[in-house]
Design a binder for this molecule. Structure first.
Ligand SMILES: Cc1ncc(C[n+]2csc(CCOP(=O)(O)OP(=O)(O)O)c2C)c(N)n1
Ligand code: SF4
Length: 285
């Protein structure tokens, strides 16, 4: 059985002191250990950004793909080998700007992957430009007079795109993050976890204190995660109070459940000896 130390790597960590990514890294390692997963059965897929260094820092199979393409790559890996536990890691820029086109489709298809969005409401790696989740009025190099656009609401978007597991957590609440992550990985279907991740270097507004003063746990407030209406209502709450927890979950067949080619199990485990490629090759000759 793995322990947390086994999941470390020799790569030097270059995240800034106090970066919220440290909390996500330690939670992911703890959850892999708690769920008794093996290194071989997990694949981490990262986009480009500070979050993208995850694949350097956690010793599991990993692919550091290009900016915004976590979901198509993660989907392809899952469909090639449905026995794998596939976890995508994306920044808010990665997920909701350049990668936005993939998001509602992954939700509605219900591909069985976990999608962790490191939501620091800013572009971290490229030194602090306004992102799609930056708050209105936010001043940065790209919006020096203040961000005019209202932010994307990742949870509302996931809900209206028919996602079957929609959650939010905060890196300042590690036990809570472990609980949400475990539930997301165990969920059969697409699971979004929006993680409130302070970036002390570039986002001076949405700090640890900002969130600590506001977050409250849905689990302690009688929220019914099976009610779509309640989930939508809670997803709109972002003010003096910010809910964290599992907003919504639903059991629905996954994308691969509907694929006839996967009825016999994972593609990579199916024999290829009796497959006749001549006809197919003939079509292209
Ligand atoms: C196709 C492409 N466009 C733009 C970039 C430049 N770029 C690298 S990271 C990034 C945004 C980083 O912000 P985010 O995705 O929120 O991740 P964070 O660094 O905050 O973790 C951008 C625009 C790129 N690498 N590739
Ligand atoms: S720039 Fe922000 S997100 Fe990137 S490592 Fe530093 S604190 Fe973390």
């Amino acid at each position: 059985m793995l322990n947390v130390k086994d999941l470390g790597t020799i790569v030097k960590n270059t995240w800034c002191p106090g970066c919220g990514n440290f909390g996500i890294l330690s939670s992911v390692k703890q959850v892999i250990v708690d769920l008794e997963l093996t290194r071989e059965e997990i694949v981490a897929v990262t986009g480009i950004g500070c979050h993208g260094k995850f694949t350097d820092y956690v010793n599991v199979n990993g692919i550091h793909t290009i900016h915004g393409r976590v979901l198509p790559v993660a989907t392809a890996i899952k469909l090639s080998n449905i026995d794998l536990t596939v976890i995508g890691f994306a920044g808010d820029g990665d997920a909701f700007n350049i990668g936005m086109g993939h998001f509602p489709h992954a939700c509605r298809r219900n591909v069985d992957i976990t999608y962790i969005v490191h939501n620091n409401q800013i572009y971290g790696l490229t030194t602090g430009q306004t992102s799609p989740t930056s708050m209105q009025g936010y001043k940065s190099k790209t919006t020096p007079r203040g961000n005019q656009d209202p932010p994307i609401n990742p949870l509302a978007l996931a809900l209206t795109s028919n996602a079957t597991f929609v959650a939010r957590t905060f890196v300042g609440e590690l036990k809570h993050m472990n609980m949400v992550l475990k539930e997301a990985i165990n969920h059969r279907g697409f699971a979004l976890i929006d993680v409130l991740q302070p970036c002390p270097s570039w986002n001076r507004i949405n700090s640890y204190k900002y969130y600590m003063d506001r977050v409250y746990k849905l689990e302690e407030s009688g929220h019914d995660a099976e009610s779509f209406t309640d989930a939508c209502e809670k997803a709109r709450e972002w003010d003096d109070k910010i809910p964290i927890g599992i907003f919504y979950r639903e059991d629905r067949p996954t994308y691969s459940d509907g694929m006839p080619t996967l009825k016999k199990g994972a593609l990579v485990k199916q024999p290829v000896g009796d497959v006749d490629l001549k006809k197919l090759l003939g079509e292209y000759s």
